[in-house]
Design a protein around this ligand. Structure first.
Ligand code: SF4
Length: 241
C-alpha cells in the first residue's frame, strides 16, 4: 500500500512564520479551514431552532452560563407562562423565579421583560416574523437596537431561526480564529464579527459556526489546546504544543 501523500495544499509552519515576518495578515485561507473542518467533523445542514422570539430569549438566557443551565431556564420560563405577552406583563420577580437555574437571573429577567415590551410596542405583538422579509442588514439592525442585544445575540436569531447566512462569533470562534490568524489578535469581538462575516462564504456560515465551536471545545481549548491532535496544525501560526 503506497504511503499517504503529504497534504501540500496548506502552507507549512515555516511558510506561515515567513508570511508573518513579511506582514501578511491572513496566514491561512479560510476556505481551507472550512474544508478541513468538514473533513474532520462532517457536513452539517441547517435546521431551524425555533421561532425568532424563542431563539432571542434562549440566547439571552445562554449568556454567561452553560447550555444545560440556560436550556433548563428556557423550558421553565415557557412552562411558567402561557405566552410571551404574559411574560412581558409579569412582575420581574416572577420572571426571575422562573429562570433562576440560568445564572444572572435577576439581570436577565429585567432584560427579557424590557425586550418583550419593546417588541410589543413596536411590532404590535410579540412576534418577529416581519424580519423574515427583511435583508440581513435590516434585520440585524432592528435586533441590535433592542435593549441588551449585541452582535452575537442578533446573529443567533438570524442564523438559527431565520436561516439567514449570518455568523455569530462566540468565545470559541473568537479564540480559534485569532490563533489561526483569520483575524488580528487585537481585534475586538465586534470587529471579529465584521471580519469573519466578510470572509466566510454565505453558504458556509452555518457550518463554519458549528464546526469552529466544536473544534474550540474539543481541540483548540482555551487552556492547553491539543495542538498535536489538531488537523489545522500544519497551517497554524500559534501552534503551542
Ligand atoms: S494548532 Fe493548536 S492553537 Fe492552532 S488551531 Fe490547532 S489547537 Fe488551536
Amino acid at each position: 500500500m503506497p504511503a499517504a501523500e503529504p497534504n501540500t495544499r496548506l502552507p507549512t509552519k515555516r511558510l506561515c512564520i515567513k508570511r508573518r515576518r513579511h506582514g501578511i495578515f491572513q496566514l491561512v485561507a479560510i476556505e481551507e479551514v472550512i474544508e478541513l473542518l468538514e473533513q474532520e467533523y462532517g457536513r452539517r445542514d441547517w435546521e431551524q431552532e425555533g421561532e425568532p422570539v424563542d431563539v432571542l430569549i434562549r440566547t439571552i438566557l445562554s449568556q454567561n452560563t452553560s447550555d444545560r443551565n440556560s436550556g433548563g431556564a428556557f423550558d421553565s420560563l415557557k412552562a411558567s407562562f402561557d405566552n410571551w405577552e404574559a411574560v412581558a406583563s409579569a412582575p420581574v420577580e416572577c420572571i426571575a423565579q422562573a429562570i433562576e437555574s440560568g445564572g444572572l437571573f435577576r439581570i436577565k429577567a429585567v432584560r427579557i421583560k424590557q425586550l418583550l415590551q419593546q417588541i410589543e410596542e413596536e411590532q404590535g405583538h410579540i412576534n418577529l416574523d416581519s424580519l423574515k422579509s427583511q435583508t440581513m442588514t435590516e434585520a440585524e439592525g432592528y435586533l441590535m437596537h433592542l435593549p441588551g442585544v449585541g452582535y452575537k445575540t442578533a446573529r443567533c436569531v438570524l442564523l438559527f431561526s431565520l436561516g439567514k447566512p449570518s455568523l455569530p462569533v462566540d468565545t470559541h470562534i473568537f479564540r480559534v480564529a485569532k490563533r489561526l490568524g483569520l483575524i488580528d489578535s487585537r481585534a475586538s469581538i465586534g470587529k471579529a464579527h465584521v471580519l469573519l462575516q466578510t470572509q466566510v462564504p454565505p453558504s458556509r456560515a452555518y457550518q463554519f459556526h458549528v464546526h469552529m465551536i466544536e473544534h474550540g471545545r474539543q481541540i483548540c481549548r482555551a487552556r492547553q489546546p491539543y495542538c498535536s491532535r489538531c488537523l489545522l496544525r500544519v497551517a497554524c501560526p500559534n501552534l503551542l504544543y
